[in-house]
Design a binder for this molecule. Structure first.
Ligand code: 6PG
Length: 249
């Protein structure tokens, strides 16, 4: 199921996103004792993370039951200016009482393929452990929430146009060299993204308006517009947009 919600300003968009995060966390913790969320990188979500790191959200969310993952990571150490971990650590993680063992960082200081393997192992350990059976991981990793952004070229996480990861059918995590960036990225694949219970795209600003229009109303061409590949099998996807990003809808 797909919902599109448009808010007049970026501030209202982010307040809604923070409220949605808190509600999903409350529901998940109530229902199954934990809230497994994959955070997005880039610049858009920074103001959401700052909201979550302040009242009322610091006390609204029961952070000790929150497990934090990432949707993707750049192949850089965690203290590198380009690190998604660093951005989220500075804007949110250091300000809320998460348990250190519940912060499942992508070890992007390792060689990329090793980082992807290690992260895949952490995902399997988490999701099979939470089910209490040793080998139930392959039943699927159903994140309670995956936050995603949208790049101007239609990419999301590190699923870039024309890359083989878009047709990955088995693996949950892949490291790949992205020619256009001249850089390695580690990313969740469509397999695990589409197993999520809830996916929220957070898109703000007029510079995204044309891409938003193409992704949401144009022909289905995920190889050119990777965000279109996000179609959760049993979950829902919500596009939270501000008026500028939705200007062409
Ligand atoms: C990343 C993100 C990426 C991001 C988009 C949008 O690692 O950069 O995962 O997918 O969400 O590029 O980035 P902005 O929010 O900075 O526009």
């Amino acid at each position: 199921m797909r919902e599109i919600e448009i808010y007049p300003t970026e501030a209202e968009l982010m307040r809604t996103a923070a409220e949605r995060f808190a509600v999903l966390a409350e529901w998940s913790i109530e229902a199954r004792g934990w809230f497994a969320v994959a955070l997005s990188g880039g610049s858009t979500p920074r103001s959401l993370y700052r909201l979550l790191a302040a009242q009322p959200f610091t006390s609204r969310v029961d952070w000790t039951y929150v497990h934090v993952f990432w949707g993707d990571e750049r192949a850089v150490p965690p203290d590198h200016p380009n690190s998604n971990f660093r951005m989220t650590e500075e804007s949110l993680l250091r300000k809320v009482p998460l348990l250190p063992e519940n912060v499942h960082r992508i070890s992007a200081e390792l060689p990329p393929q090793e980082a992807a393997f290690d992260y895949g192992q952490r995902l399997e350990a988490f999701f099979s452990g939470q089910r209490g059976q040793p080998d139930s991981a392959m039943l699927g990793a159903d994140f309670d929430l995956i936050l995603l952004g949208l790049g101007g070229d239609g990419h999301t996480a590190s699923l870039f146009p024309g890359t083989a990861v878009l047709s990955e059918q088995k693996r949950w995590v892949v490291a790949h060299y992205v020619d256009k960036l001249d850089a390695w990225r580690i990313t969740l694949t469509p397999v695990i993204i589409n197993a999520a219970k809830h996916v929220i795209f957070l898109v703000s600003g007029g510079e995204k308006a044309e891409t938003v229009q193409r992704v949401l109303t144009g022909p289905y061409r995920p190889d050119a517009l990777p965000a279109q590949v996000v179609q959760p099998e049993n979950g829902d996807v919500t596009w939270l947009l501000d008026a500028e990003a939705a200007a062409l809808l």
